[in-house]
Design a protein around this ligand. Structure first.
Ligand SMILES: Cc1cc2nc3c(=O)[nH]c(=O)nc-3n(C[C@H](O)[C@H](O)[C@H](O)COP(=O)(O)O)c2cc1C
Length: 376
């Protein structure tokens, strides 16, 4: 879908402002429950080119009551700025109190979740169900706005369903009530994670509000990043799953937008980053089961787009212990490093041209042999 007349901006911006906060580069790490905890955000920041990070969503009610898990989720590093803490809920007073706690903790931005499609969140706690209840959404925004001085932002979907694609209306309402930036995922709630790309409501919202609008949904590389800017005229873009699969995606997009040399990441660097992340979660989680579960979750994304990544994925799935999983990681990357030495250049993380790969079955056998050698 193309932009509405007048929204097209030929030059891709490199930053946007949320009041006094300069978001530069204008590339935002999307909030992701069970993913964008402190450890993951540290990892992405350490790689670079992310202008704003957002926590996973946190129940406003839990934060208001000082539930330790909610407070853990709201932590950020002293040098993690700007950072937004995202809350969800449908009780305006509880949301306001949670926002006050966020402000007191020194965060830069309170972000409200009007986008979560999960049944649990929609049934009891807001998320995208608020798109069907604009008056309640307004009350929540008003209440939070009155409670804090720091900037307030909202993340939402383009609508509730095909019959209610009301992001432009909600966006206007948010602006009227003092919200200072919007992030919009092009899908509706009923699209869940499917649907056919339709960014027209992002473009329309952008054309109807003065506050910055950030486009979100399926951005994984420079082509999809450029397409979001081009088709909607947004001020920035937000990346979720693409960053789990490839945490270098911000750096790669940033470099390409600036016309800098391509950012190429070799197997050794990928291994180091993955292992560093595993160490990080080991330090954070209380139980080995929790650590292994999170390792599996991240590896499930990270291995997509790696040559024979599915084999590492399967190995991870069957790993019984953390050491098992680390062993699989090392053996896989030993093999990948050797392959890169043989071919004389790294494999791309995202798109691996099939003709560049060894034949699957042969390579599986080679890798299995190497695995056997390593385990003897
Ligand atoms: C595992 C997972 C957890 C998510 N959790 C949140 C969340 O806590 N808050 C939120 O606003 N969106 C959440 N989302 C939605 C993402 O922020 C984003 O809008 C969506 O994944 C589309 O962007 P992408 O195609 O770049 O992944 C989550 C998505 C995923 C995949």
């Amino acid at each position: 879908m193309g932009p509405r007349a007048g929204t097209f901006r030929p030059v891709i911006p490199n930053h946007y402002m949320i009041r006094h906060l300069r978001i530069e580069p204008n590339l935002v790490l999307a909030p992701m429950e069970g993913v964008t905890d402190l450890t993951f955000r540290r990892l992405v920041r350490s790689i670079g080119a992310v202008g704003l990070t957002v926590t996973e969503f946190i129940a406003g009610e839990a934060l208001r009551r000082g539930i330790p898990k909610a407070e853990m989720m709201a932590r950020f590093d002293p040098d993690e700025h700007p950072v937004a803490i995202q809350i969800y809920g449908r009780n305006p007073e509880a949301m306001a109190e949670a926002a006050r706690a966020i402000e007191d903790a020194g965060a830069d931005i309170v972000d409200l979740n009007f986008g979560c499609p999960s049944k649990k969140v929609c049934a009891h706690s807001g998320g995208s169900s608020l798109l069907r209840e604009p008056e309640l959404a307004r009350q929540i925004v008003k209440s939070v706005r009155a409670a804090v001085k720091i900037p307030l932002t909202v993340k939402m979907r383009s609508g509730y369903d095909a019959g209610l694609r009301n992001a432009p209306y909600i966006g206007r309402m948010c602006q009227e009530e003092g919200v200072e930036a919007l992030a919009i995922h092009w899908r509706t709630r009923t699209d869940q994670y499917g649907g056919v790309r339709a960014v027209d409501k992002i473009a329309e919202t952008k054309s109807r509000v003065k506050i910055p609008v950030v486009g979100n949904g399926d951005i994984v590389d420079i082509a999809s990043a450029r397409a979001m800017f081009r088709d909607t005229g947004v001020d920035g873009i937000m990346i979720g799953r693409g960053a789990i699969k490839n945490p270098w995606v911000f750096k790669q997009i940033h470099a390409q937008l600036l016309g800098l040399p391509e950012v190429v990441v070799d197997a050794d660097e990928k291994r180091k980053v993955l292992l560093r992340y595993f160490e990080g979660i080991r330090a954070e989680f209380k139980t080995d089961r929790g650590v292994l579960g999170r390792m599996k979750k991240i590896a499930n994304y990270f291995t997509h787009g790696l040559p024979h990544g599915s084999e590492l994925r399967v190995a991870f799935l069957h790993a019984q212990t953390i050491d098992d999983a680390i062993g699989h990681t090392n053996r896989y990357f030993d093999w990948l490093c050797e392959e890169e030495i043989k071919r004389g250049r790294p494999f791309a993380h995202t798109a691996v041209p099939v003709h560049d790969l060894p034949v699957g079955a042969d390579q599986s056998a080679a890798w299995a042999a190497q695995r056997d050698r390593a385990s003897t």
